[in-house]
Design a protein around this ligand. Structure first.
Ligand code: BGC
Length: 461
């Protein structure tokens, strides 16, 4: 059941990726139907991250009140409706509204889907399971690029947008068959339902008593500490908040979406000729991103989060600098070096910076503020995503590709330092253990290195 749950919840990621990528490939045909001013064009593109920002803000409260599954069902319905409306609009303002609605659904789902998977997954495969969400994002991007390649032509944007309704409907149907998160049920005092849900997740015959007891003990400890549910701003929760928001800042300022949204432009700067070559190179970026994410899923629960992030940041920093130099010295460096470096950059991102922020934001927050904490982290994701995508054309026009990539490289070097100094290792540590560690006021980066703190109902490492 957990595999089915992860697969269904990950459809939200597919929609996330599809709607990110589709605008890049739909744009020329869209301009043909509705000639837009740069401002209208910019807003139509940015409507999704903007709607998602609002969705991310609402998601925490909604999911804490209504549960994980019900909120995802609402988002799935919005996805399907938004995609159909976006495909049939007769004016630009209607398209903007439809994309805002789509963004809203994406923003809500981007918080709740990884949360739902993390809360349902057994400890030993939690990293791999939550990373199916990132894999689905990368699959969505590839699908949108391929759709663009296959459907290239006038007025095809309507079909591209309409296709987004299909995963939306599949998502809704899949959710009907899933159990609610046992952790949310315990939080609401529904322990019997939580046990039933855990039985469905772990399979017939599995003994779930200890796991449910550990969750119950954890909820009680939370209430004892704060005498009421803790606030997201409580000092002991702050380290988690820093991890969640800074990881997404680093992820976005590594320049990933400059590459995802503007790959053809970048290849043009690299001296690659021909539209098809550029699009093929773009699909190459999409496929490397997807394939290396699969590799990451196998490594996350084995190698751990910290080593992977350090490797990833070193890889992105070095490749960005190579591209910056090669672009300036085009007489010395052939353009294939830029293509290879860009693909290695994507691989370094996908092995670590791609999946890990989504995974770690679902791990580090205490249960009763997990929704709120993930909302705030997700706002950091969408806010910085928006800023980079919006400013990148301006950066190209002012400091050029080399300048922009050097800035991104500096951020990645900062990422190495941040990971070494502050990032906890959450591999093999249960969500309840992470929370007990935080509540005890222990520095988060000591997690996974110090002797464990006792958690009622469960044995520590
Ligand atoms: C990021 C997206 C990005 C994608 C690329 C995700 O983890 O949040 O902004 O486009 O990775 O694979």
């Amino acid at each position: 059941m957990i595999y089915f749950l992860a697969a269904v919840a990950a459809i939200a990621g597919l929609l996330f990726g599809y709607d990110e990528g589709v605008i890049a490939v739909a744009s020329p045909s869209l301009q043909h139907t509705f000639p837009m001013s740069p401002l209208e064009d910019g807003f139509t593109t940015a409507a999704v991250p903007l709607g998602a920002l609002v969705g991310a803000i609402l998601a925490g409260k909604l999911t804490q009140a209504l549960g994980r599954r019900r909120v995802l069902m609402m988002a799935a319905a919005l996805f399907a409706v938004g995609a159909v409306v976006a495909a049939i609009v007769g004016a630009v303002w209607m398209l903007m509204v439809a994309r805002l609605v789509l963004g809203l659904a994406i923003g809500v789902a981007a918080v709740v889907a990884p949360l739902f998977i993390a809360e349902a997954a057994p400890l030993s495969i939690r990293g791999a399971m939550v990373s199916t969400y990132q894999l689905a994002i990368t699959a969505g991007i590839v699908l949108s690029y391929l759709t663009g390649l296959l459907l290239g032509g006038e007025d095809t944007w309507r079909i591209m947008f309409a296709l987004g309704a299909i995963p939306g409907i599949v998502f809704l149907i899949g959710l009907v068959f899933l159990p609610e998160s046992p952790r949310w049920l315990v939080l609401k005092g529904r322990d019997a339902d939580a046990t039933a849900s855990m039985h469905r997740l772990r399979g017939p015959g599995a003994d779930v008593t200890a796991e449910v007891a550990a969750i119950r003990a954890n909820v009680e400890a939370e209430h004892r500490t704060a005498e009421r549910a803790p606030s997201i701003l409580a000092p002991w929760v702050r380290p988690a908040l820093i991890i969640g928001t800074v990881l997404f800042f680093l992820q976005q300022l590594s320049g990933i979406n400059a590459v995802i949204y503007y790959a053809p432009t970048i290849f043009q700067h690299a001296g690659l000729d021909g539209h098809t070559t550029q699009v093929m190179a773009t699909v190459g970026v999409g496929i490397v991103n997807f394939a290396v994410t699969i590799l990451a899923m196998g490594l996350i629960d084995r190698l751990g989060r910290r080593p992977l992030l350090i490797i990833g940041f070193i890889g992105t920093a070095v490749t960005l600098l190579v591209i910056a130099v090669a672009v300036v010295e085009q007489d010395i460096f052939p353009s294939w070096i830029i293509v290879v470096a860009l693909l290695l950059y994507i691989a370094s991102f996908a092995i670590s910076l791609g999946p890990l922020p989504h995974l770690m934001m679902s791990e580090v927050f205490p249960l009763s503020v997990r929704g709120a904490g993930m909302s705030i982290s997700s706002c950091s994701n969408w806010g910085f995503n928006f800023i980079v995508v919006f400013l990148f054309p301006l950066m190209l026009a002012t400091i050029g590709l080399a300048g922009a990539f050097t800035l991104f490289a500096i951020v990645c070097i900062g990422g190495i330092l941040f990971t070494m100094a502050l990032l906890p290792e959450t591999r093999g540590v249960s969500l309840e253990q992470i929370e007990a560690h935080l509540r005890a006021g222990e520095p988060l980066n000591a997690l996974g290195t110090r002797p464990a703190i006792a958690v009622a109902g469960g044995t520590r490492r």
